[in-house]
Design a protein around this ligand. Structure first.
Ligand SMILES: *Cc1c(COP(=O)(O)O)cnc(C)c1O
Length: 370
């Protein structure tokens, strides 16, 4: 699905010397280059504050901890997402209020948000799934009308750009009150272990987020709020600094592979290629097809026999997962997401793909159709 080894070999000397200098300085925790990486990511994203933390799940949890929510407060999220988004809500004794997604772009269906808002609703968490932004203009408008926070789960879409109707362009994760992201190795900006970050343009929230990441302290041993221990390792920051310089090239490589797939797959009736929405660029964390008129899992097994990996993101919607029982929903509550779970198929896509790889995969896919 990804080729992190070839990617590493191209920047090996920079990564290796970055790691070595952290070891030479024994600056393993909170080394100076964490700050440098945060500043570099700030300027890349054009956002006032980036706060590095241990992983993308922590980032979501810390974002919610910073908002002074009470047990029972409700958080709106798409039902078709990675478990982390909902998990942290439940963990903080908040209530995940699930909403179905748009069948074309897989992000939260904005026409279904309003009816889920109650006096207890405090925030909306759009997920920029697979690398394309949710409809942020509409989400911000709903949030403003109802006085809700917006936390963008940007784990899959770092770098993606959203264009508002007045022409304003902002990067994913810098649009709402807080953005969160993950540097898990296979993400678009991945390190060689776990890592994550929070983004915000709000000075007050930034200070609070930074404190929560560090045991609720601003001054050592003075604890003003309950926090957690969630730090990015300095060694990971060294790797991320080298890779951030390549992020534009990585994005182009993924987009190139996606358009070649599009071109080769466009006339196959059983396959729907990923739809692009007008207001967002797509950074293709995943290249996700919808398979129609034939069994997705059989197709996947045939592909595997031909040596082609593929993945199903995600096979079971959140409301059906055992961990989220009991809940007010049942099978049938979210028809679009339930259908997507049975029909989506993600093909390999990464920064090292070339023409012959895409063609080989498409040939195998064509052979597997009958
Ligand atoms: C990867 C991911 C996360 C969690 O990130 P980790 O760094 O693995 O904790 C959260 N949300 C989404 C949508 C993700 O894809």
């Amino acid at each position: 699905m990804v080729d992190l080894k070839s990617q590493y070999l191209k920047i090996k000397s920079e990564v290796d010397s970055g790691i070595q200098s952290v070891i030479d300085e024994t600056a393993f925790i909170k080394g100076g280059i964490i700050k440098e990486f945060e500043q570099e990511l700030q300027s890349y994203l054009d956002v006032k504050h980036v706060i590095a933390c241990a992983n993308g799940t922590d980032a979501l949890q810390i974002a919610m901890m910073a908002l002074d929510l009470k047990p029972g407060d409700e958080i709106i999220l798409p039902v078709f997402t990675y478990v982390a988004t909902a998990e942290v809500i439940a963990l903080l004794s908040l209530v995940p209020v699930m909403v179905d997604v748009d069948p074309d772009d897989f992000t939260i269906d904005i026409s279904l948000i309003q009816e889920k808002i109650s006096p207890k609703t405090k925030a909306i968490v759009p997920v920029h799934l697979f690398g394309q932004c949710a409809n942020m203009e509409a989400i911000l408008q709903i949030a403003r009308e109802h006085n809700l926070y917006v936390i963008e789960d940007t784990a899959q879409a770092l770098g993606s750009k959203y264009t508002f109707s007045d022409g304003l362009i902002q990067r994913a994760g810098t649009i709402g009150d807080i953005g969160t992201t993950s540097f898990f190795p296979s993400k678009n900006l991945g390190c060689y272990g776990d890592g994550g970050a929070l983004m915000t343009n709000n000075d007050e929230l930034a200070e609070k987020l930074r404190m929560i990441c560090n045991h609720g302290q601003k001054v050592q041993y003075i604890h003003d709020v309950i926090g957690v221990n969630s730090r990015l390792d300095t060694i990971q920051a060294a790797i991320l600094r080298a890779k951030l310089k390549q992020l534009n090239e990585y994005e182009k490589a993924r987009q190139w592979a996606a358009s070649r797939y599009d071109e080769l797959l466009k006339d196959i009736v059983q396959i729907k290629t990923p739809k692009r929405i007008a207001n967002s660029t797509h950074v293709f964390h995943q290249y996700t097809l919808i398979i129609e008129g034939l069994d997705r899992d059989t197709l996947r097994a045939k592909l595997k026999e031909l040596g082609i990996p593929s993945m199903v993101y995600y096979p079971i919607p959140l409301h059906v997962q055992k961990a989220f029982q009991p809940n007010p929903y049942s099978v049938g509550s979210f028809p679009v997401s339930e259908k997507l779970c049975k029909t989506v198929l993600s093909l390999p896509i990464h920064t090292e793909m070339n023409e012959s790889m895409v063609d080989f995969i498409v040939d195998a896919l064509k052979k597997s159709l009958n």
